[in-house]
Design a protein around this ligand. Structure first.
Ligand code: MD3
Ligand code: FE
Length: 222
């Protein structure tokens, strides 16, 4: 029936294909679909974290309520209020330590960092961002982490988003980069202090997450 000839033996590479590694900027590497095999497990894991540290809309130092809902797991969690941005050991909403970093998330981040050339990566903070349709993140830099040599690893789940990747000055016009379900990006080197943001998420439905985008942002904070 005109079937194409396939090799009869499975090779190491056909069973475990090497990750699709694409440099998107100096220091930034996109691993398309890297988290896809774990996506269902990751979404369930986020649900368990949120059951003990609920998603909430933080307030910026300028007094604006963020449209993105956030929570954290790990020994440190990122928070914002009228007094500023910082990492805390406990959730200010519950007074309890943030939920421990699930090994599923820590191991995924370490494998992604290794694929991008960072062979020792132990994240201690995982910020979880939940975008409903229309939610956005305006251009900012991430500069609350102690060691700038440590990359940030981000995992996108659910609805797609347009990531805005700017330069080292706020005025540099950002590039638009599509991020889809299962994509992982490792942001290190000169990209680490680039201005970046997320354009408003378009309304749609995803089979695993429903009407939202989830982003896990792993950092070495302390
Ligand atoms: C590039 N989150 O939580 S993750 C953030 O999709 C944040 O939720 C976005 O920016 C999101 O701070 C983007 C990717 C990301 C995170 C940090 C970066 C890209 C970065 C730091 C420097 C350069
Ligand atoms: Fe950021």
């Amino acid at each position: 029936m005109g079937g194409r000839d396939l090799p009869l033996t499975a090779t190491r590479d056909s069973l475990f294909p090497p990750p699709d590694v694409v440099a998107i900027a100096d220091g930034a590497v996109l691993l398309s679909g890297f988290a896809e095999p774990l996506a269902e497990d990751l979404v369930l894991t986020v649900g368990r974290v949120a059951a003990s540290a609920p998603f909430r809309h933080l307030v910026t130092p300028g007094g604006y309520r963020m449209s993105v809902a956030m929570t954290n797991c790990g020994t440190a969690g990122w928070v914002s209020d009228r007094t500023g941005y910082r990492y805390t050991a406990t959730d200010p909403e519950t007074g309890r330590p943030w939920p421990a970093m699930p090994s599923l998330i820590a191991d995924l981040a370490a494998r992604a960092a290794a694929a991008a050339g960072f062979d020792t990566y132990a994240a201690d903070a995982c910020l979880i961002n939940r975008y409903a349709p229309g939610s956005r993140l305006s251009l900012h830099q991430d500069r609350n982490e102690r060691d700038a040599a440590m990359p940030i690893v981000s995992v996108s789940l659910g609805l797609p988003a347009t990531f805005l990747f700017g330069g080292l000055r706020r005025a540099d016009r950002p590039r638009r980069i599509g991020l889809r379900h299962g994509d992982v990006v490792v942001w290190g080197g000169p990209a680490r202090y680039a201005f970046h943001g997320v354009a408003p998420v378009a309304d749609d439905e995803h089979p695993l997450t429903g009407r939202c985008r989830l982003n896990l942002t792993l950092r070495r904070a302390l």
